[in-house]
Design a protein around this ligand. Structure first.
Ligand code: ADP
Length: 654
């Protein structure tokens, strides 16, 4: 790892490698070649010296010249022509020197002599060759030749130095060459690396400046193409990213929505669970044949046992034997699809031993996730049953009372009205028979009898109206005509009291959807009261046709009604002045009957009054359509169809 730091760049590695390589080459040149040359030179010198020694020994042997030192000297001088020969000596067999040449006085280095094959020995730079001089097969002496290798050595040293210098120059040049070559090769690579760095930082606009067509140029072009593709891919990736981000937002929104929905579902589930578990009614799930699969905790109150005790058992086992069959057939109807809603009531034995009436209302939810059975809402209707029974009893009692009342009314009608009519008839006869002194008494009987009859009729009228189960038949009634008829009825009394009776009618007849009989009775009641409670001034009956209804107002200038009495104005048997303060006759039933009559005709009645200044009653009735008469059961009511009716007010007015 540590080594890799200095060689981080390619050019450094290249230079380092080439430097090592050239150093090796230079070292090889410097070490191997000179030593080879030296060996070669030494070999050739020693070979030459050997040859000289051989030839010299041969020459001396052939001429047997050892006897003549001069001749030996001549031969030796001839041999000394060899440049490197520094010593030559011939000795006789006894070892005595016959002749010698010593060009360079022998300087034997301290080094030991090295023996080499071929009669050669070496001491330092000096090579010595020993040869026997043979004549006619006899050794006649010995030849010693010494050759100095010093010139050779110095030459070799010089040559080695030159080689070293040359090698150094070559290595240096090589390193420089490699350095520049490296730079030349690695510069475009460096450029690519620089651009790759920029790309890694996100800049995809940089490109390699390609100027050559060589491998580096092609590499640069490929690199540029790769960057182009990368840029396109990056742009595509960005667009995909944008789409993804968009979809991711959608997805996040969807996930959030889903989460909210889940939370809502959980909350709703918790809510429904709480509702089911805290409801006073029991929620139960039954399998076919009534086996209990679920029961809510309300069973503790309703049945006196916890759901766990009931679950797994048959509902029928807890029911009254008389109700079991009905219960089971209701279940069968539900499961067979004959009834959409299963409704059955049955008595269930409470843990305290009492029978409770339970109402089972449910439906078949088999196959429904989470239920898969018959889901029932069970309500304890024991109290309702008791109330129902009480009500039935009360109804029966009330019906009995109604019958009693009807009988009473019929009897009263017959038993009171008949004798009263008799009394009035006989009073009339008496009136014609008696003298003036007793006339007042008979008139008193007549007035009281008539008053009693009026009251009786009013009571019977109200009872009759209260008992009406159906509304009276509605028809097209001419309102102006009915008002004129009413005026005729009250006119005599008004005249007696010296009151002005005014009618304010529209120029054209107005028709109301009403019942002529009822309208007549109501208007007569109101007009009679107006005349009765007015001592001076006038009574006006006005008719106004409005949007969808007709308004009939009976207005007087009489005593008026106090605001305190207003709330009980339409109640039965109520009168403003009571007891001895009563100035006017009456039963207090007229307005109660009037309001009932107006109600029956879908009308309204209102009153405005000021004490001491007068009263104004307004009745509104729906206007009749033109085609009302064509409606089944409706008929025109007008002057021709006016019937003579028995009216309380008739008698009131009379
Ligand atoms: P009755 O007239 O038989 O007493 P009603 O039911 O017709 O019974 O009237 C009840 C009471 O209403 C009357 O006793 C009277 O006090 C008051 N009342 C009705 N109409 C008028 C009126 N036009 N002016 C003043 N008071 C009236």
């Amino acid at each position: 790892m540590a080594l890799s730091i200095p060689f981080r760049t390619l050019s450094t590695k290249l230079v380092a490698f080439m430097t090592v390589l050239m150093a090796l080459v230079a070292a090889t040149i410097f070490v191997f070649f000179p030593s080879r040359l030296e060996d070669h030179a030494v070999q050739s010198v020693t070979k030459k010296a050997s040859t000289v020694a051989e030839m010299t020994a041969f020459a001396l042997g052939a001429s047997n010249h050892l006897k003549s030192p001069e001749n030996v000297k001549i031969v030796l001088d001839a041999s000394a022509q060899v440049e490197d020969l520094v010593y030559a000596m011939v000795s006789d067999p006894s070892g005595a020197v016959v002749s010698e040449i010593n060009r360079n006085p022998m300087d034997y280095p301290a080094a030991a002599e090295v023996r080499k094959p071929g009669g050669i020995s070496q001491r330092g730079d000096i090579y010595r060759i020993h040869r026997a001089i043979v004549a006619d097969g006899t050794v006649i002496g010995r030849l010693h030749v010494a050759i100095s290798l010093a010139p050779l050595t110095s030459e070799m040293t010089r040559s080695r130095r030159m080689t070293a210098a040359a090698s150094s120059v070559i290595v240096l040049l090589g390193i420089l060459g490699v350095y520049f070559l490296g730079r030349l090769i690695t510069a475009p690579l460096k450029e690519i690396v620089r651009i790759a760095d920029r790309i890694s930082e996100g800049d995809l606009n940089e490109r390699v400046d390609v100027r050559s067509n060589d491998e580096l140029g092609r590499l640069g072009r490929s690199f540029n193409e790769m960057v182009d593709s990368l840029k396109t891919a990056y742009q595509q990736l960005e667009s995909v990213n944008a789409t993804l981000a968009y979809h991711s937002q959608d997805l996040q929104a969807e996930v959030a929505q889903k989460r909210r929905a889940e939370e809502a579902m959980r909350a709703s589930e918790a809510k429904f669970r709480a509702v089911v578990e805290h409801a006073t009614d029991v929620v139960a799930v039954l399998a076919d044949h009534g086996r209990i699969r679920y029961m809510s905790p309300a069973s503790i109150q309703m049945m006196g046992v916890a759901p766990e005790t009931l679950i797994g058992g048959l509902a029928g086992d807890h029911l009254h034997p008389a109700d079991r069959h009905a219960f089971e057939s209701a279940l069968s109807r539900g499961t067979e699809g004959k009834a959409r809603v299963i409704e059955v009531e049955a008595r269930w034995r409470h843990a305290n031993g009492m029978w409770r009436y339970l109402a089972f209302r449910g439906r078949d939810l088999k196959g429904f996730s989470g239920i898969d059975g018959l889901l029932f809402n069970v309500t304890d209707v024991t109290d309702a049953k008791r109330v129902e029974a009480e009500l039935t009893l009360a109804k029966e009692k009330a019906e009995g009372m109604v019958v009693l009342k009807d009988t009473f009314l019929t009897n009263m009608s017959h038993e009171i009205r008949t004798p009263l009519t008799g009394i009035l008839g006989f009073a009339q006869i008496l009136r014609s028979e008696l003298d003036d002194d007793h006339l007042e008494l008979v008139e008193h009987i007549q007035r009281s009898g008539q008053r009693l009859l009026n009251t009786l009729n009013a009571v019977l009228d109200l009872a009759e109206l209260e008992a009406l189960s159906a509304r009276p038949e509605l028809e097209r009634v001419a309102v102006g005509y009915q008002v004129r008829e009413t005026a005729h009825i009250v006119a005599p009394v008004a005249q007696l009291k010296n009151l002005e009776l005014t009618l304010d009618l529209p120029s054209e007849e107005v028709y109301a959807l009403a019942n002529a009989n009822c309208m007549q009775r109501a208007l007569t009641n109101l007009a009679s009261n107006a005349v009765k409670f007015t001592e001076e001034g006038r009574v006006t009956i006005a008719v106004r046709s409005e949007d969808s209804h007709v308004a009939i107002t009976v207005c007087d200038t009489g005593v008026g009604i106090s605001p305190e009495f207003m709330p009980s104005l339409f109640s039965e048997f109520t009168q403003e002045s009571t007891g001895n303060a009563r100035l006017h006759e009456g039963s207090g039933l007229g307005l109660a009957i009037t309001r009932r009559l107006i109600d029956l005709m879908n009308g309204t009645i209102s009153v405005e009054s000021e004490k001491g200044h007068g009263t104004s009653f307004t009745v509104t009735l729906p206007l009749a359509d033109q085609d009302t008469s064509r409606i089944t059961g409706m008929r025109m009511a007008g002057p021709s169809s006016l019937k003579a009716v028995r009216l309380t007010s008739d008698r009131k007015a009379s």
